[in-house]
Design a protein around this ligand. Structure first.
Ligand code: NAD
Length: 329
């Protein structure tokens, strides 16, 4: 039987990897996929070119806050995998209205439609940032949420809203909380693609504070595999942390990126720290490992080199001088 999946935010970084995998050789042969994406600065229709001719694929340009549109699409699908979000912390520090609208109101609009057309499976893509800064140890799924930035506060709101639709209404909601993703097709505002593209252009990269902020790195394809495990084998009302197995301070990450591009520390400028910058995130992913057999497979150093090579070879994807893409912050 064919499962019809509505993927929100499928033209963005992680969503487009998910859709290409789902419809590619490694994918689930029994699905049809509709992407709902409003194509903000972060959405790129070219990310979906490899699947555009596939009879199992459809694209709808639209807003997840558009209730009639969302209702009609949810009515026609069995499952929703919800990636769409305003996703950049720095932008949320400069202005958070779009974050509240898309991340909270948009998620609510989708949940309401899923409830009206229940039963529907709703996989909500959340983030490890909802736990807030973790100075020591790791975050488990039962830890309280202590988001710091407007971005993570709106993600925590949508995460809790989604879970409330399970507890209150019995909707089949499954929440994933992943760590920092890296890989190809990531808009060059997040640290890895921003640093790589700036260094490739001979520029200097800004390193926040003392460079000691630490993140856990997850290859986007490991993340996609984990989301598929949750969609296919997860349980309603459950939360699954997804980690990548590599913890690095921003300074350690910068050293690897300088090395990969072939430049030195004179290409780095230490700048004032970001307001409210969480010192450390670290998720414990033992639950999804034990229950669903997840394990991150991608070797960090190899995958980082491949990512740098992709940006080097695909300037037309990211350089605003040769594309019509808007400038990063
Ligand atoms: P992204 O910014 O690359 O893509 C977001 C996509 O959502 C874009 O295609 C954009 O056009 C679309 N979108 C935004 N607002 C919309 C709206 N109102 N209606 C319809 N579409 C809209 O984001 P990403 O990095 O791929 O992140 C995907 C999800 O994963 C997000 O929910 C994010 O919070 C979460 N996440 C990301 C990371 C990471 O490292 N990138 C880490 C943890 C969690």
């Amino acid at each position: 039987m064919t499962t019809k999946i509505l993927v929100t935010g499928g033209a963005g970084f992680i969503g487009s990897h998910y859709v290409r995998t789902l419809l590619g050789p490694r994918g689930d042969g029994s699905v049809r996929v509709t992407v709902l994406d409003s194509l903000t600065y972060a959405g790129n229709p070219a990310n979906l070119d490899p699947v555009r001719g596939d009879a199992r694929f459809a694209f709808v340009r639209g807003d997840i806050c558009d209730a009639p549109l969302v209702d009609a699409l949810v009515a026609d699908h069995d499952q929703i995998v919800h990636f769409a979000a305003e996703s950049h912390v720095d932008r949320s520090v400069l202005g958070s209205a779009a974050f509240v609208r898309t991340n909270v109101v948009g998620t609510h609009t989708l949940l309401e439609a899923a409830l009206r057309h229940a039963p529907r499976t709703f996989v909500h893509i959340s983030t490890d940032e909802v736990y807030g800064s973790v100075e020591v140890g790791t975050s488990t799924e039962t830890d309280p949420l202590r988001p710091s930035s407007p971005y993570s506060a709106t993600k925590a709101s949508s995460d809790l809203l989604a879970l409330s639709y399970h507890r209150t209404h019995g909707l089949d909601v499954r929440v994933t909380r992943c760590s920092n993703n890296y890989g190809t097709h990531q808009y060059p505002e997040k640290v890895i693609p921003r640093f790589v593209t700036t260094l490739l252009d001979g520029g200097r990269v800004p390193l926040y504070g003392d460079g000691g902020n630490t993140r856990n790195w997850l290859h986007v394809e490991d993340h996609v595999d984990a989301v598929e495990l949750v969609r296919n084998g997860g349980s309603p009302g459950e939360i699954y942390n997804i980690g990548g197995g590599t913890d690095l301070s921003n300074k350690e990450l910068t050293a690897l990126l300088l090395d990969a591009v072939g430049v030195g520390w004179d290409s780095v400028e230490f700048v004032a720290d970001r307001k409210g910058h969480d010192r450390r995130y670290a998720v414990d992913h033992q639950k999804i490992a034990a229950l669903l057999g997840y394990r991150p497979r991608r070797d960090f150093r190899t995958s980082l080199s491949e990512t740098v090579a992709w940006y080097r070879a695909n300037r037309s994807w990211w350089d605003p001088r040769v594309t019509s893409r808007p400038q990063p912050l």
